[in-house]
Design a protein around this ligand. Sequence first.
Ligand code: GRF
Length: 217
Amino acid sequence: MADLLKLGVLISGNGSNLQSIIDHIERGSLKAVIKIVISNNPDAYGITRAIKHGISVVALKQEDFKTKQDFDLELIRILKSNDIELVILAGFMRILTSAFLKAFPQKIMNIHPALLPSFPGIHGQKQALEYGVKFSGCTVHFVDEGVDTGPIIIQGVVPVNDDDTEEILTARILKEEHRIYPRAIQLFAEGKIEIKGHKVKIKAAEKIPFHSLHNPP
Ligand code: GRF
């Protein structure tokens, strides 16, 4: 257990990315352990997923805290008391305060359902459809003070078809999310991620060939 990367996963909803991380850990393709799942929504289905796999869960409601900062201080306390080494935002619908960012510098990852820097914020899939791009996808990035502006770790690309609805495109992107998020976390676990300014370098000796980033093994 000692060499497993300790993860804290923050969710707000369905938790399908959480599920994919759990599945990769159970399969042995991700050398990590989820020490705690925290939801800011007590009704999130992701909570049920975590419990099914024996993972500790905490649900916090903003209403129970005076300020956003107080909420984040409680998040920090829980994560620190679990010795969390990497914070995973998996559909966590909340902007973190700078206190939180300072507590986990370069140790917070997020996944966004578009090819950043295009279509940040909410409804990335809808924005892509409305713009008329021919390809979209998803981006795993470190979190900084901006909204979806942090250093990019991995991106996955999917085609956008003329007859796509938002639901169809969302499902196509989600499938890709489930593949690349565990991959990015595993790169972190292996110490292969180097951040230089705003750029992420995957350490040279272990560079992932393009085809394996874009085709499932
Ligand atoms: C995903 O599309 C993710 O990119 C975005 O929120 C959604 C979460 O989905 N940040 P799920 O809760 O993991 O199913």
